[in-house]
Ligand binder design. Structure first.
Ligand code: CTP
Ligand code: MG
Length: 372
């Protein structure tokens, strides 16, 4: 059995973000989720070390099958905390959440090397730069032959007993293979990969995005909707009920903002449009609320392999006044779209056109989606 520890308890000081580095978004998911996806293709049991105070948030992200423990002060302390939650494994992979894009192939390569009999395994890459030693006075004192040197990555693999032994003392190192080496064990190397770079600074994140290029692509879409006012109808707009306002005519509840967003999402994903998905031929959507249609749209595009990066909608009309309830509207629409980033704007048209003449309300939406 293979277990894995994903070290994700660092604060990401060098990155400088207001949230822990493992929770930073890369493409359609967090650094931690990328790391979990690759590791879970190989490991039977996964323990994630979380920064103190973020345990619940991380548990919600990684799900029930993964154990979350509080990390320690240093990376080695965190690995020790993770190790305490592992039992009964033959091998343990130790991986940095910060090496988010390590591929399943790399994880398999490390695991296979362990299964072939090596007791400590590290992925390595050649050094590209010329290396020199420099003294405190700024002068170069020696050139170093880079041919013998390697850059060390994760995931690293160990037998459970050796990993336990090398972590018995409270020794600190920036990785585990160094502890194994210091304890006298033979550390075997396998080929690493550039995409397993450690994301340390914002420019590393930009580099990582270029590796995602093949597996994720962005597309955009625009959607428009307009409905005429209809006496005796309730007004539903941007997922909210607006008491004391005149409602609009329509097959559904006439929420133009929600409908425009649905069409923008269908446009971005090429999965039909509002009419083809929920039109008059689908009586079950008669009177459906805007939020219901948003939820259904999210389900359709999710099944199509897409996730939402951002949607925005501009509501066009003399009334109602959106500003005072903007926050509430954004929260409602975002919740219907699974927590997506949402922006809501409003404008009048200087008395011109159907909305300016007070005949109805219109909305224009745009969506940015990611295909995996
Ligand atoms: N890590 C950990 N516990 C710590 C420190 C680091 O689990 N006390 C983890 C990090 O979350 C990261 C990996 O170890 O996935 C490698 O560490 P590093 O890249 O240095 O991340 P941070 O320590 O978060 O960054 P910084 O050093 O810039 O603060
Ligand atoms: Mg660190």
């Amino acid at each position: 059995m293979i277990a894995a520890i994903i070290a994700a308890a660092g604060s990401g000081e060098r990155f400088g973000a207001p949230i822990p580095k493992a929770l930073i978004q890369l493409g359609d998911r967090t650094l931690l989720e990328h790391a979990v996806a690759a590791i879970s293709a190989v490991a039977d049991q996964i323990v994630v070390t979380a920064p103190s105070g973020y345990e619940k948030q991380i548990k919600a992200i990684v799900g029930d099958d993964i154990t979350v423990v509080t990390g320690g002060k240093t990376r080695s302390d965190s690995v020790r905390a993770g190790l305490a939650a592992i039992s009964g494994a033959d091998f343990v992979l130790v991986h940095d959440a910060a090496r988010s894009l390590a591929s399943v192939d790399l994880v398999k390569r490390v695991a296979a090397q362990l299964e072939s009999g090596d007791v400590a395994v590290v992925p390595v890459l050649p050094v590209i730069d010329t290396l020199q030693k420099v003294a405190a006075d700024g002068f170069v004192t020696a050139a170093i032959d880079r041919n013998e040197l390697r850059r060390v990555q994760t995931p690293q693999g160990f037998t459970l007993s050796i990993l336990k032994e090398i972590h018995q003392s409270a020794e600190d190192a920036t990785d585990d293979s160094t502890l194994a080496l210091n304890a006298g064990y033979a550390v075997k190397t396998v080929a690493g990969e550039e995409r397993a770079l450690k994301i340390t600074t914002p420019s590393d994140l930009a580099t990582a995005l270029t590796f995602l290029g093949n597996s994720a692509s962005f597309s955009t879409g625009v959607g428009v909707d307009a409905h005429a006012f209809g006496e005796g109808r309730e007004l539903w707009l941007a997922g909210l009920h607006w008491p004391n306002e005149v409602g609009v005519e329509g097959h559904s509840d006439g929420d133009v903002a929600a409908h425009a967003i649905c069409d923008a999402l269908f446009a971005a994903t090429g999965l039909g449009d509002l009419g083809s998905n929920f039109g008059t031929s689908r009586p079950e959507y008669q009177g459906a609320s805007g939020t219901t249609l948003l939820k259904e749209t999210l389900e359709i595009i999710t099944k199509g392999g897409y996730s939402i990066s951002h949607v925005s909608v501009q509501i066009i009309g003399n009334r109602p006044r959106i500003g005072a309830r903007r926050t509430e509207a954004i929260a409602t629409i975002s919740a219907a779209l699974g927590g997506a980033d949402v922006a809501i704007l409003a404008t009048t048209t200087d008395g011109m056109g159907l909305t300016g003449e007070g005949k109805g309300i219109a909305a224009i939406a745009s969506a940015l989606v990611i295909k995996r």
